[in-house]
Design a protein around this ligand. Sequence first.
Ligand code: HEM
Length: 409
Amino acid sequence: MTISPAAPAGTAPEPLPVQPPSGCPFDPPAAFGTLRTERPISKISLPDGSWTWLATRYSDIRAILGDLRFSSDTTLHGYPLSGMTGGGNTENRGFIRMDPPEHTRLRRMVTREFMVKRVEALRPEIQRLTDELCDAMERRTGEDVDLIEALALPVPSLVISLLLGVPYDDHDVFQRLTGTLLSRTVPDDEREAARVELRDYLDQLVTAKEAAPGDDILGRLITEQQRTGEISHDDVAAFAALLLIAGHETTANMIGLSALTLMLDPGSAERLRQEPGLIRGAVEELLRFHSIIRNGPRRVATADIEIDGHLIRAGEGVVTAVPSANRDESVFADADRLDVCRPNAQHHVAFGYGIHQCLGQALARVELQVVIGTLLRRFPALRPAVPVEEIPFRTDMAIYGCHALPVTW
Ligand code: HEM
C-alpha cells in the first residue's frame, strides 16, 4: 500500500467541522459525509492555530482507538487539545487521559462498580427516582416544563451522586462547574477558575470522607486503596472528578435528545409503546444516531503508524469523529435514518472503542432505557412547547444536546 499525504502540499487545513447552526439539528456536520468518501484521513486546523488529523471512517476510527500506540496522554507534545481535555493541565487528569500501565491499574480499581450485574441491580432504584420526578412533572400539567431540568439532568446526577457518595444537595455546584468545563466557548481563564473550584470542592469532600468513609465508591476507594497506600488523596479526588463529570452530563444530554427525537417521530414512539421489549435496541440506535461526543475521542501517535494508506507520524494528533463513524453507510445501511429496530445498532462506537471504552456504559444504558420507557408510557402526548428552531442546541459544547427543552403534554 502506498503512503500518501492527506492534503496537497501547501493546502491550508480546513477548520474542524462543527454542527451547522441550520439544517437538521440531529445530524453531524454535512462535511463528514464528503470527507468519509473523499479524504477519510484529512488534516484540520484547531482554534489555537495548530493542525491535526481528522478520521471520519468507522474502520479507521476503530483501528486508531484499538491501537495502543495512539496515546490518550494530554500532556504529550502534539496531543490535539480542546477545552474539554483541559489544556496541558497535568494535575488530576483522571485515568481517561492516561495510558497503560497506569490507566489499567487505576481503571481496575473501579471496574466492578460499573459491571452489568451491579448496574442491573440499581434498575429498581433508578425506576423509583424516575417515577418520583415524573410525578412532580405531572403536578405541573398545563405549564411548559423544561425536560432537561425536570428529568434529563436530575436522574443521572442523582444516581452518580448516590454511587460516589457526593451530596446531591451540592448538585448546583457540580452541574455549574461541569457546564463551564465542557463549554467550547468560555474563555480559558474562566474554565481554569472552574477547574480550580471543582478541585477545591472535591478536595474538601475527600477530606471529609477520609474521616468517615461511607459505603459508596469514594468510601471504598479510601478504605481499600488509599489506606493501603495504592493511591493518594489527590488520586481519590481525581476519580471523583472524572466519574462525576463523565457520569451526569453525557447521559443527561442523551436523554434530552432521545426524548425530542421520539416526540418528532410519533411512529417510532408508538411502536415502542406497543412493544416495550424493543426499548433496549432503540436505545442503542439512539446512541448511534446522536453520538453526543461530537469532536472526539482524541489521541496522539507515539510512533509512525499507517492508517488506511496514510502515515501518521509520532507526535501528530488525531481527532476521531465518532458521529461520522456512526453514520458510515458501509456499516449502517441508510445511516442517516433513525430505525429503532436496526439489527446492528449495537455496533456503534458512541461509547468509544478499545481500552478507554466507556466505563459507565452499562449505567448509561439502564438510565436511558428506564427514563425513555417511562416517558413514553406516562406522557404519551409529550411534545415540544416551542418550534424546534427555538430549542437552544448545544452547538457550543463538547457534548451535544439541548441546553433546555421546553415541553408540554
Ligand atoms: C450516554 C452516555 C455516555 C456516553 C455517550 C459516553 C461516552 C464515552 C466515550 C466516547 C468514552 C471514551 C473516551 C476516550 O476514548 O477517550 C467514555 C469514557 C468514559 N466514560 Fe463514558 N459516556 C457516557 C456515560 C458515562 C457514564 C454514566 C459514566 C459513569 C461514571 C461514564 C464514565 C466514563 C469513564 C470513567 C470513561 C473513561 C474510561 C477509560 O478511560 O478507561 N460515562 N465515555
